[in-house]
Design a protein around this ligand. Sequence first.
Ligand code: UAG
Ligand code: ATP
Ligand code: API
Ligand code: MG
Length: 490
Amino acid sequence: MQLKKLLKSLGPYALYNGKDAEITSIENDNRKVVQGSLFICIKGFTVDGHDFAQKAFEAGAAAILAERELAAELPIPVIIVKDTKKASSILADAFYDHPTQKFNLIGITGTNGKTTTSHLIETILQKANKKTGIIGTMYTKIDNEIQETKNTTPEAVTLQKIFHQMAEKKVETAVMEVSSHALSEGRVFGCDYDIAVFTNLTQDHLDFHGTMDEYRRAKGLLFTRLGNVYSQEAPKFAVLNKDDAASEEYEKLTAAIVVTYGIDKEADIMAKDIHITSAGTEFQLITPAGRFPVALKMVGKFSVYNALASIAAAFVSGIPMETAITALESVKGVSGRFETVDAGQDFSVIVDYSHTPDSLENALVTIKEFAEGDIHVIVGCGGDRDKTKRPLMADIACKYAKHAIFTSDNPRSEDPLQILKDMEAGVVGKEYKVIADRKEAIEYAVKNANANDVILIAGKGHETYQQVGAQTFDFDDRLVAREAILGVKK
Ligand SMILES: CC(=O)N[C@H]1[C@@H](OP(=O)(O)OP(=O)(O)OC[C@H]2O[C@@H](n3ccc(=O)[nH]c3=O)[C@H](O)[C@@H]2O)O[C@H](CO)[C@@H](O)[C@@H]1O[C@H](C)C(=O)N[C@@H](C)C(=O)N[C@H](CCC(=O)O)C(=O)O
Ligand SMILES: Nc1ncnc2c1ncn2[C@@H]1O[C@H](COP(=O)(O)OP(=O)(O)OP(=O)(O)O)[C@@H](O)[C@H]1O
Ligand SMILES: N[C@H](CCC[C@H](N)C(=O)O)C(=O)O
Ligand SMILES: [Mg+2]
């Protein structure tokens, strides 16, 4: 695409010397630049992309987009704009010819349940014979082909490229997790959502957002940005959790049609007569299309919420309720979410991605409902993340589990022992054990478990690595637990 044509999407805003160039790709990482790339300099939290402009030029960049004059003059067009991060969203959307206008896009935001709900919706859509795409914490999947991605919601240039691939593959509906970080950083500017789903709002990420008010506001952006236009062909919907107080605010913010779901408060889509066992969850589903019995293989009240959110998304997508229910009933679970490890032992081992106070409490409350023996929990907190959730998570672990073991999650750049001290501050005078090495902590719990006990290994779920300092080691809670069980049996 010609540079001049591309820059039209920025309006009369872009200031440059008027030279044109053929642009072959858009990149904001100089290491990805090829002949003809437009390199966008972004000032990040860690480094300043402007410092890589020279390298981008040497790698073949045909033009540079920057927020200020570059240190050295370059013989290619240099365009100056006020906000390169925002411009990267606008330009990537234009470069890939507005891909999200070519298929249905469902965005899911909320503190917990995004990955799970996105997979439930994917299963329903596939049951309804739709070609799907998914973008989230675990990976990007385009028509069932998996690509690794770094963030839950990738930055705009990567994101629009993924959408372009989805459009090329004729994806009919894409489901994506929209993190609060992505909303506040504008990674999703330009995404033409058809349905926006809210799961819940509880404490997390205060390191980034500062206060719960700011965090709530960031998530609300998904609903304000659903647009202010109405179309008979493609109406827009906000799917809100009536039982979460934030929904009231989001309902007022959005121009889209609101559909609510819930258990406690009266909602459009509801679950009644919920019956939870260790094998699954049964309930009566109440919808505007009728009342249906549902038997999920997933456990816990939180699983009912995820199912209801998915049903609501299916309902506004025009998918028959029977199809949606059949699909949901077939789901055994999502990788690393309440996943059981069975190596023939006489106690239960559950690996769960609960890394927030609320999700940890939900997981433990659910286990308490069916555990016949003692509960053991192995839990740590991630480094370089919200420090205020550490004492809260430790307290919850001690409140529900007879045997609480504090260990390392992904310490990242922090001292693992300091993270553990932050956790311990929440449980003064309570009984717990600290085993910093996660493998040893798991082995300890397995060795000490009696028949019918339940061990919850919380925080890392599907992750197959552990980040310690700048290094990433192989680590999979499920494999480590399996080996520990087999080791004890020998
Ligand atoms: C705090 C935060 O949001 N960080 C994100 C941010 O990193 P950053 O600002 O530090 O980037 P940077 O390293 O300073 O780089 C600045 C610019 O220079 C460029 N660069 C950099 C190095 C180089 O050699 N050459 C070069 O061109 C980079 O491509 C970039 O354009 O931009 C990066 C690229 O887009 C992201 O990968 C990174 O996410 C990091 C890995 C991260 O951990 N983010 C977390 C907090 C996050 O966003 N999490 C949410 C999920 C949370 C949840 O819901 O639970 C998510 O959506 O993933
Ligand atoms: N609706 C829910 N409400 C509360 N807790 C939930 C809910 N769904 C799942 N959980 C708990 O939260 C954990 C994480 O779930 P999931 O991965 O689906 O959330 P997420 O929002 O994608 O998280 P992330 O922000 O890390 O991407 C699960 O392992 C489970 O313990
Ligand atoms: N998306 C979450 C994942 C946390 C997972 C946990 N294992 C950790 O490393 O803190 C975050 O980036 O905060
Ligand atoms: Mg997720």
